[in-house]
Design a protein around this ligand. Sequence first.
Ligand code: SF4
Ligand code: MG
Length: 321
Amino acid sequence: TQPLVQVENLKMHFPIKGGLLGKTVGSVKAVDGISFSIKKGETLGLVGESGCGKSTTGRMILRLLEPSDGTIYFEGKDITKLSTNEMRKTRSEMQMVFQDPFASLNPRHTIGKILEEPLIVHGVKDRRERKQRVQELLEVVGLSSYHASRYPHQFSGGQRQRIGIARALAINPKLIIADEPVSALDVSIQSQVLNLLQDLQKEYGLTYLFIAHDLGVVRHISDRVGVMYLGQLVEISESEDLYRNPLHPYTQALLSAVPIPDVTYKQERVILQGDVPSPVNPPKGCPFHTRCPKAMEQCSNIRPILKELEQGHHVACHLYD
Ligand code: SF4
Ligand code: MG
């Protein structure tokens, strides 16, 4: 069956200008040719250190950022070439949940007003109908109708994220891109918000792209997980396979660094040397070769391509050539 989202060779390169004539002297390769799909009703976790291009990828899918190359299909339709007008309908089917719910909520508006806004934008003209929908949304995310008259500062971090989720749900989207939705929350609150997202997914048949910097957070919620490094997708597979049998040395290092309950994969802790290189003119060959404990000669020259090694388990690494 047709995936809900499919991206092919997606790129985001920002040119860097320099010198007196403002010539292009290089580029920031924030996202450098990634391809993956998201099936209807599934959660794809997208993991990597900050700056690896995962948020940029999410924003390009929503077309909040224009890709510099590549194609994005939504329900089989290429949305990269749609005009703003044509994009309007598709955009209402995709919503974003942000990391910092406070920053994304207008502090001077009541929650009722904040939740009414997307309804107005999408043409719900009847005021009573909007009020009704706001009540519904509050209940759906585990808040109460009296919360509608309160302001964002009167809520805890977890409650604000519930409001962010309610706002994303207001106009019945199909896809939700959640960019580190629990990273700013206390661990005890994180699992409540993750459970809420899972319940909502079942109830409304939602599809999620769930972005996180930590493999621990996405484990429970993801059907599949993709790992990004320096703008490239280095491994993607069914969640269970990835945690049981990580193939890419970077994924192995990430998994060895965090204790994740019930993960059978165990290895000596791999401490990665150095920092992630700059995405400005990134290393040739494998993007990970400057830090990889298993790097070989060809790794610094030839970029490994993502290949399916076992069913549904893709990896980009010369160890498996
Ligand atoms: Fe390491 Fe080479 Fe594999 Fe890159 S291609 S992850 S440098 S072994
Ligand atoms: Mg980010």
